[in-house]
Design a protein. Structure first.
Length: 260
């Protein structure tokens, strides 16, 4: 009788062990036709093979919306890169310092954000980046060589501009996900952004998301971060060890004021 009782107890215990037989479905992967360059790290990188990295970037700040953006990022322990304008940094130095203190990357977006001034000459573009770099260093003690030119590098950043900036140590970054948040006052841009991220994910391309430092973006950022968190994405900052991602001219670049 005792042996039978022990046998019954063992059977009961085994039946309560949870199953670990999960079914994994691998979908076909189609290459993303519009993006040919993914982020490449130095060989010393120890990023996990299954980790999904994403770079969130914010242009045109800092602004009154930046604290809200930072608060939302903090909720998710998310990191971002802020491409800042020199006059805005002078207006809000405490916000610039907070960006650094909370582990985000600071980068340069120039001074005027006026294409007719910035792209007037190679020297003008260089002067704007040098001025922004000097102000950033005075506020934070940090010197950043990561830049994004006004409106992106196409079509006015010709090869001669690129050479001057490169020769002076600047690393040019564009994006491969355009949120178009500047043109929307609702969360439509979040749906568009997620759709683009999904397309890049199919092609195994690391997303670099362009957003702007504005109140409408701040209001809906939580929805994007919720999606990224559930999808297993890890947000990282752009740093000097990354191979820069930027648009290539091909036959698309032209001097400002020159019509095609």
């Amino acid at each position: 009788m005792g042996m039978i009782l022990i046998f019954l107890i063992l059977i009961s215990a085994c039946s309560n062990v949870p199953s670990n037989n999960y079914q994994i479905t691998v979908k076909d992967v189609d290459p993303y036709p519009e993006t040919s360059l993914s982020i490449i790290k130095k060989p010393s990188d120890t990023t996990g093979a299954n980790e999904k990295t994403i770079y969130l970037t914010f242009d045109d700040g800092p602004s009154s919306a930046t604290p809200d953006i930072l608060n939302t990022l903090k909720l998710f322990d998310a990191k971002a890169t802020f491409f800042m304008l020199e006059p805005k940094m002078l207006e809000s130095p405490d916000i610039v310092k907070r960006i650094v203190e909370e582990g985000h990357a600071v980068a340069l977006h120039g001074v005027t954000h006026n294409k007719h001034r910035f792209y007037l000459s190679e020297q003008m573009a260089l002067d704007e980046m040098n001025q922004a770099q000097k102000t950033l260093a005075e506020i934070t003690g940090i010197t950043s060589n990561i830049i994004r030119t006004p409106y992106g590098s196409i079509p006015y950043l010709t090869d001669s501009f690129r050479k001057v900036l490169d020769d002076n140590g600047y690393k040019l970054w564009d994006w491969n996900v355009d949120s178009s948040d500047w043109s929307s006052s609702n969360e439509d841009f979040i749906h568009s952004t997620i759709s683009q991220i999904k397309s890049l994910e199919k092609g195994k391309v690391t997303p670099i998301v362009l957003m702007h430092d504005r109140s409408e973006t701040a209001a809906h950022l939580i929805n994007l971060l919720t999606y990224l968190h559930k999808g297993g994405f890890v947000t990282k900052t752009i740093d000097a060890d990354l191979e820069p991602y930027h648009f290539s001219c091909y036959d698309r670049c032209k001097r400002i004021g020159i019509e095609s």
